[in-house]
Design a binder for this molecule. Structure first.
Ligand code: ZN
Ligand code: ZN
Length: 371
């Protein structure tokens, strides 16, 4: 009997624990290392449900994010574009967020309130996140909507500025409207990656105007159909926050501490992209092949992005192309011809899938010591 009671107590304790925090992580769980002084939050801050022009109920967005091990999402329904409103009338534009929040309540996933302010070009589409009331952003004039977002201390970013439906050349055009918003402190970020599109011109605009670099899925259907089943993962923004909380995420976005990621493509300011790449590669082993000056270096990629590199040292490789990939989670051996036996060398690799400016890839260095 005692045993039965003990077992029952154990079972109940376990049930309580699992009810509070349980995992839905799938095979596509994403992992990226922290960088010094910050936790790396995996976020997708642009997505839709049936509460605007998406095709799923908001709870699905939460479940998808849990499967992918994301830290934060925002359901950014179009305030003005409501194609399902005859079937799903909802005068309260906060409703999608509330449903997502309810779904996520026993999970370690931050749900950020947001909305997409939607106009034709040149105003275009922008997301306001960390808002307190989406309804207050519904204004006839776009500048009034942005002012209302600012009044709620929202972080606002320009969505898909290069979208060919609004800019037929596929290039973003910074109009007087955006320039004024930036000047007034009403526009803080810009998507350089939106769904499967990367615009180098948007990266240039981000750097010129000191806007936070963003990558988002803008998913309307299913993540599985759009990405997973094609062997890809959704675009995300890695945010380097002081801790995992809504307040810290907001602070980090305003401070511009991000890297946009879409599989092997990583885009960010040098000061964040370089440490992220450095932390993503762990040096597992350094030793000379017996009786040679050929140095064997084993590297492990602990990130969920396949990383592309090019040898940036004066030393040549013995057995590998100077351009190579280390798959996500994989280990690769380099064999470096150091000519003399060294006690220490600096491994220098150019990360050719990563960009700190249009067409500019950073060189990452690791000091290797031999014992
Ligand atoms: Zn949009
Ligand atoms: Zn959208």
């Amino acid at each position: 009997m005692k045993k039965t009671i003990l077992l029952l107590v154990c079972f109940l304790t376990l049930s309580v624990i699992t009810a509070q925090q349980h995992s839905h992580m799938g095979a596509t769980a994403l992992n990226y290392p922290n960088i010094e002084g910050f936790v790396t939050l995996k976020t997708d801050l642009h997505m839709h449900s049936v509460f605007s022009d998406g095709n799923v109920w908001p709870t699905i967005r939460v479940q998808e994010a849990l499967r992918e091990n994301l830290d934060a999402i925002s359901l950014t329904e179009h305030l003005e574009y409501q194609p399902h409103s005859a079937d799903i009338p909802h005068p309260d534009r906060n409703r999608a967020h509330q449903l997502a929040l309810e779904e996520a309540k026993e999970h370690d996933l931050l749900i950020i309130p947001g909305s997409e302010i939607t106009r034709s070009a040149p105003v275009g589409h922008s997301n306001a996140i960390f808002i307190s009331d989406a309804n207050a952003l519904m204004k006839k004039d776009a500048d009034k909507a942005f002012a209302a977002a600012k009044a709620q201390n929202a972080f606002v970013f320009w969505n898909h500025p290069a979208w060919h439906a609004q800019n037929p050349q596929g290039n973003p055009i910074l109009s007087d409207f955006q320039e004024e918003r930036i000047k007034k402190g009403e526009l803080h970020g810009i998507e350089v990656i939106n769904s499967v599109d990367y615009a180098e011109e948007s990266l240039a605009l981000a750097l010129e105007n000191d806007l936070t670099i963003m990558g988002t899925s803008d998913v309307h259907g299913l993540i599985d159909w759009d990405y997973t089943e094609k062997g890809k993962h959704r675009p995300i923004t890695l945010v380097f926050a002081k801790e995992k909380s809504i307040e810290s995420l907001q602070e980090a976005l305003f401070a511009g501490r991000t890297v946009a990621v879409y599989n092997s493509l990583l885009v960010g300011k040098e000061e964040f992209l370089k440490p992220l790449l450095k932390e993503s590669i762990k040096v597992k082993e350094v030793k000379y092949l017996k009786n040679t000056q050929v140095l064997s270096v084993v590297l492990e990629n602990v990130s969920s992005s396949a990383l592309l590199f090019e040898n940036a040292m004066t030393y040549n490789f013995y057995s590998k192309s100077p351009v190579f990939e280390i798959a996500a989670g994989a280990t690769e051996e380099l064999q470096i011809k150091t000519l003399d036996t060294k006690a220490e060398i600096t491994l220098k690799l150019k990360a050719i899938g990563a960009f700190v400016e249009p067409k500019v890839s950073p060189i990452i260095e690791w000091v290797l010591t031999l014992d």
